[in-house]
Design a protein around this ligand. Structure first.
Ligand code: LLP
Length: 414
């Protein structure tokens, strides 16, 4: 997943015009590094694909919700997709206009719905009739009439890891087509919402557009009798080139497959990964190297608490040396210090001879990396750094032990 942002210069790894060994020396490891240039290029690629469809792009905050990155993406003209009131709070704090935010999520609390209504959120993606009833009541009490899209569960098997497939009937997400049809026919029961759209999101890291097209067709058939239901939110899911997924289609292929369907529709998309994944890398330092059971273990200061994707989804992120290391390459298990056998960053990384203090980059980790980081084993979450050309700055500092104790100390003093 080297690209024009994370590239080699004289054998060493750089991000844009910043040598990453020097950056890691200054900030310490583990650290997440993001390329502003790559983010902009990814946005441009999505725009080139989806602008001809007139699609509004709502960046999926769950992929990476750092305030500075939200600000960048908002500045690039994107709306946002939030799945909790907390994400809405973040987006508002980053300066996003509430009407540019869509609020999705299978289990929004009444408090979250009320917060979003009071904030003036643009669209609500609703996933059950009980939620619709709650939203309608809360909207009536406030004398507002929010835009609502019902999330359809189209009953398709997305080609992806089972943990991130959402469009099949076994999943908790959305409403089955029969129920959507039924609710649409009784729209008048919900006078305080403007039920003007349908939403589908069948999964993430999708291997092909076919099921997305099928889902869009299902939604369109449901909306057909209602000419005022002409907004279709097709969610996110555009894949990136993790190891083994290099041949996956880009956003252009998804747009091309969907284009013939979408004339006359207001289209929304909610990409996350395709904007930020390959714009980020996790830098770690080698602590120790040992051989066991015939395998070379490279133990680093980075772990599953910074990046849980390999443990959770068997995700394979390329791990490459940061410095200019030469010599024969052989497979190594790159693992962290956490007390779990699943604490492995890569089970089969082709690496040269590694020594304590050498640094490694785990590529393609801008999405679902930092946002899923934890404090397990009392580990502090890493800092985040944004690179722009030859300049870089810390956009979130490293946590401290005292940051972690603060909430308990506060509880103690009550
Ligand atoms: N819209 C909805 C309703 C979603 O549920 C998601 C992702 C997206 C948009 C954005 O999907 P993307 O374009 O990023 O594929 N933690 C997992 C991914 C979970 C995705 C959940 N929903 C991972 O690390 O692979």
């Amino acid at each position: 997943m080297l690209n024009e942002a994370f590239h080699r210069r004289d054998g060493a790894l750089w991000c844009e015009d910043v040598p990453l060994d020097a950056l890691a020396e200054a900030v310490g490891t583990p650290v997440y590094v993001y390329s502003a240039g790559r983010i902009a290029a990814n946005v441009a690629r999505l725009r080139a694909a989806f602008d001809p469809l007139g699609a509004a792009i709502h960046y999926s905050l769950k992929a990476n919700a750092n305030l500075t990155l939200i600000g960048l993406l908002h500045g690039a003209g994107l709306g946002m997709d939030a799945v909790s009131a907390g994400e809405i709070y973040r987006a508002l704090n980053a300066g996003v206009a509430p009407e540019r935010i869509v609020f999705a999520g299978v289990g929004k609390t009444p408090q979250e719905l009320a917060y979003a209504l009071d904030a003036g959120i643009g669209w609500f993606n609703v996933e059950s009739e009980a939620e619709l009833r709650t939203l309608d009541t809360l909207a009536g009490q406030r004398n507002v009439r929010p835009h609502v899209a019902l999330r359809v569960n189209p009953g398709v098997e997305a080609q992806t890891h089972r943990h991130i497939a959402t469009g099949h009937f076994g999943a908790k997400f959305g409403l089955p087509p029969t129920e959507v049809a039924d609710i649409l026919a009784r729209r008048a029961d919900y006078p305080h919402v403007d039920l003007a759209g349908l939403h589908v999101h069948i999964g993430s890291q999708l291997a092909r557009p076919d099921e997305t097209v099928e889902a869009a067709r299902t939604a369109q058939a449901l909306a057909a009798p209602y000419p005022d239901v002409r907004t279709l939110n097709i969610g996110g899911g555009f894949p990136v080139a993790y190891v083994g997924d290099e041949g996956y289609p880009g956003p252009q292929a998804f747009a091309a497959a969907l284009a013939p369907l979408l004339g006359g529709w207001q289209v929304k998309i909610e990409p996350g990964r395709s904007i930020i994944a390959d714009a980020g890398a996790l830098l770690v330092s080698v602590l120790y190297v040992k051989t066991q059971g015939g395998q070379r273990f490279v133990l680093t200061d980075g772990s599953m608490t910074e990046l849980i994707r390999p443990a959770l989804y068997d995700a394979v992120h390329p791990v490459v040396p940061v410095g200019n290391l030469s010599g024969d390459v052989s497979d190594a298990v790159v693992a962290g210090p956490v007390c779990e056998s699943a604490d492995v960053l890569n089970r089969c990384a082709p690496l040269p001879d590694m020594r304590s203090g050498d640094r490694l980059a785990v590529l393609g980790t801008g999405a679902y990396g930092m946002v899923m980081a934890s404090n397990y084993n009392m580990r502090v979450r890493p800092p985040e750094v944004l690179v722009q050309g030859a300049a870089w700055r810390v956009i979130r500092r490293r946590e401290t032990w005292d940051d972690l104790l603060a909430l308990e100390r506060e509880a103690d003093s009550k």
